[in-house]
Design a protein around this ligand. Structure first.
Ligand code: NCD
Length: 307
């Protein structure tokens, strides 16, 4: 509890291993709170959290709102489609307005890289990046790390394959940072057109063949093809992609017996993941969602409650 106060959470790169471990430890404690008959503590009474999502979201927004409420904070939900953004109001003026209505912290999701950091530079309160373009999604990496730790006890030495549309994935970028900081070995598995253009500086191995590496992985981490970020032209063809990179029953059976499948959601059944695999107990997808609430409680507590 005597960690130096965090100001914002914009990127996993802002954290050192100690800070990351502290958040996971705290999330583990909040996970226990969520198991109680009354899953609520008064820690953030009187604080107000605003979720400011300019891009679609189910898991991230709802779990931030649930996390804030479990800490007894009040929640304001901003919806751009029914807001004055329609009248031309800028991101800066929108953020200043939300702050002026009494928000103590903003969770920001936006299609532009760096949007949450810009909001943080304009405001005198904490900001959490809920996803900025293909750049970062730090709380997703925290909940993924917590899910892996619960299953394997640690990340050190684990072999994690991140499969699919890495080029357009903020989840992949945050996960690579967090998993490698915690000692895992990460392999990116994708056709060349779905890998980041400049792989220099990524502490990862690369493979273009899932079948060559699948038996050696502890975790097969699948990504959705992000058509909304222009993944279409990089795709061979959907049936070819599915046959080379999708996880079906046959590939699940070739994984090592203790290995697991993860996915940040939303899943596309029949594309990157067969329906059979999504419903198999070795898929941890809903554990990830559950842990998202505990991890977001930990981050909200560190940013708003530490004093
Ligand atoms: C992801 C996102 O929005 O970055 N979803 C999530 O937050 N769990 C991944 C995706 O959209 O494919």
């Amino acid at each position: 509890m005597d960690q130096p106060a965090m100001k914002h959470l914009l990127s996993i790169a802002d954290l050192d291993r100690g800070e990351l471990e502290d958040l996971l430890h705290l999330a583990g404690e909040f996970a226990e709170v969520l198991e109680r008959p009354i899953p609520k503590v008064p820690t953030l009474r009187g604080k107000t959290v605003a979720t400011v999502f300019f891009e679609a979201s189910t898991r991230t927004r709802l779990s931030f709102e649930r996390a804030a409420k479990a800490l007894s904070a009040d929640v304001m939900t901003f919806a751009p489609g029914t807001s004055s953004v329609i009248k031309g109001e800028s991101l800066k003026d929108t953020a200043l307005t939300i702050r002026a209505t009494g928000a103590d912290l903003l969770v920001v999701r936006h299609e532009a890289v760096g949007a949450a950091a810009r909001v943080a530079s304009w405001l005198d309160c904490p900001v959490i990046n809920g996803g900025d373009g293909a750049h970062q999604h730090p709380t997703q990496a925290l909940l993924d790390s917590l899910t892996i730790r619960q299953r394997f006890g640690k990340l050190d030495g684990l072999r994690i394959g991140i499969v699919g549309d890495v080029r357009n994935s903020r989840v992949a970028r945050s996960d690579i940072d967090a998993f490698t900081l915690l000692g895992a070995n990460v392999t990116l598995i994708a056709p060349p057109t779905l890998l980041p253009r400049d792989l220099e500086g990524f502490p990862v191995s690369i493979s273009h063949s899932l079948d060559e590496v699948i038996a050696d992985l502890d975790i097969v981490y699948l990504l959705r093809i992000q058509m909304e970020r222009g993944s279409g032209p990089g795709l061979p063809s959907l049936p070819e992609y599915v046959s080379r990179y999708g996880i079906d029953r046959g590939r699940l059976e070739r994984m090592s017996p203790d290995a697991v499948v993860m996915h940040p959601g939303p899943i596309n059944r029949g594309v990157e993941i067969a329906a059979y695999v999504a419903d198999d107990p070795r898929a941890l997808i809903l554990d990830q969602v559950r842990n998202g609430v505990a991890v977001r409680m930990a981050v909200l507590f560190r940013l708003l409650g530490a004093s």
